[in-house]
Design a protein around this ligand. Structure first.
Ligand code: FMN
Length: 226
């Protein structure tokens, strides 16, 4: 569980940092704000430095961010505003606490605005007296079954109109491959960086190569289609 908010040195500092950040793999910049204008300002200010931009509407530790998922009309306006703020590919990061709104309103609103990459998703909100704020976000293995269920459901309901980044509880190469074969285009993780360590991406890549060798070189994405 964590209750980290978004304390940070601000947009201009990040602009300086990103300007001098060499990268030879695609860089995703991620933003969250407390108003539609703030999201748009951040996307406009940071998108020149990233290859993709992720719009986080799901962190449970910042009230106005978390509440967005219960206000689909506001999310629709927000997505329209961020779409107008950059030409870079956008990702919307969803909360697994709001499945109903996500499927009926928020993913459709993303698609309406030409946003086709869905990151499902963030931590789940929990109340816990031991946290300094009395509540926070739950991450780690407890999320995995739900992550897998959502990848399958998203693929079933939205077909090939979206690309899915699966996040939540990935702590082994087997889980990553299972998600890729179930419909995810990419996987991401946070907690296992601490519990497993920085070698996990390498192990995931090795597992994908092994899987491809076993299937005669067809892509992992092809496997889910068969
Ligand atoms: C300490 C901590 C800080 C996080 N900060 C952010 C954040 O700033 N923005 C965000 O979108 N997600 C944030 N997350 C959520 C993770 O990116 C991820 O969606 C979530 O932890 C589920 O994945 P996991 O089980 O692999 O950790 C944070 C998670 C943790 C544990």
């Amino acid at each position: 569980m964590n209750c980290n908010g978004f304390k940070n040195p601000g947009l201009e500092v990040y602009r300086r940092v990103f300007r001098n950040l060499p990268h030879d793999v695609p860089l995703i910049v991620a933003v969250a704000g407390e108003s539609i204008d703030e999201y748009a300002t951040l996307v406009e200010g940071l998108s020149p430095f990233g290859d993709l931009v992720e719009v986080n509407i799901s962190s449970p530790n910042t009230r106005l961010v978390y509440e967005l998922s219960s206000k689909p009309d506001q999310v629709r306006r927000l997505l329209k505003a961020v779409r107008a703020a950059t030409e870079k590919p956008l990702i919307v990061k969803l909360s697994p606490d709001f499945d109903a709104n996500n499927y009926t309103a928020i993913v459709p609103a993303a698609l309406e605005n030409g946003i086709t990459i869905i990151n499902y998703g963030n931590t789940r909100r929990v109340t816990a007296p031991e946290l300094s704020q009395g509540s926070g976000g739950l991450s780690g293995p407890a999320l995995y079954a739900n992550t897998l269920a959502n990848v399958r459901r998203l693929r079933k309901e939205f077909g090939e109109t979206i690309e899915i980044i699966a996040t939540g509880g990935i702590d082994s190469a087997e889980k990553a491959v299972q998600l890729l074969e179930s419909g995810a285009a990419a996987v991401s993780y946070f907690t296992a960086f601490i519990t497993v360590g920085p070698t996990l991406p390498r192990r995931i890549c090795e597992a994908i190569v092994k899987r491809l060798a076993a299937t005669g070189g067809r892509s992992v994405a092809d496997l889910r289609r068969t």
